[in-house]
Design a binder for this molecule. Sequence first.
Ligand SMILES: [Zn+2]
Ligand SMILES: [Zn+2]
Length: 311
Amino acid sequence: MFEILFLGTSASAPSAKRGLSALIVKHDEYRFLVDCGEGTQRQILQSGAGFKHLTRVLLTHGHLDHILGLGGLLSTFLRWEAIDELEVFGGRSTLDRVHDLLYGVVLRGNLPPMPLHLREIKAGVFVDAADFTVSAFPVTHRGPDCLGYVFEGKARRPFLPGRADELGVPFGPERRDLVAGKAVDLPGGKRVKPDDVLGPLQKGLKLVVVGDAGKTEDLLEVCREADALVIESTYLNEEAEMAGQFSHLTAQQAAELAVKANVKKLILTHISRRYREKDVLKEAQAVHPNASVARDFDIFQIKKEEQDGQE
Ligand SMILES: [Zn+2]
Ligand SMILES: [Zn+2]
């Protein structure tokens, strides 16, 4: 399961109800902060999420409404909150600006309070964990090196407890071995192979997070068959021309992408103060019925619909 906690859902400037772009993607003990607009540290506190394990920051691009919060976060880490290390991932020009902010403004010759790594990434997998990966892909927006992120569970064969029961496989290490792909010999001499108790290969969950984007044609393939897509929706269709001019999307464009790519759940963020939330939602749902507009502190759980029988 992937869990998304929205910390800030406003476009360009905060509003009374919405902070600037930031969200946390959580999977088991892993937590990724995607973007870090001004005020993110307070949103983290208010949400109750805390700073623990929040050691990886993925940046979509270098616009100030997505990165300024890193200055405040680091400033706090200098004084109070202790984390083991901080890794900031992003494209080259994004990291150049983050470097100026962190080293030029916040640290000014002082050492960071923890190992601080600015890790330049390009398209491709950059986190390869036991049961999921995180990869980056290019996004078209104003300026170079804009990235989106795919969180994807690895394909696996589900354990079928009913089959194991029939074959008399006891609970315990035998079942673990079978899941791990090893054959086991039962006390009576019967040999059970993984194929006997594992179902067909199932694709893992796929969550796609796109920051600001000026067009959707180049996002179609990467979004295909995603279980959920988080994407900006700065404008409504009535101002599509302005959206194009500033390299942003309308709610309708985002929803059309989700339909074309066969995305199950669409979650819109980066909402402008110029619109009412219900109008954004209405425009998106007219195209993709399973669309939501995220609010600050909303939590979405992305999981497979049918529970596969895991031990
Ligand atoms: Zn933005
Ligand atoms: Zn931007």
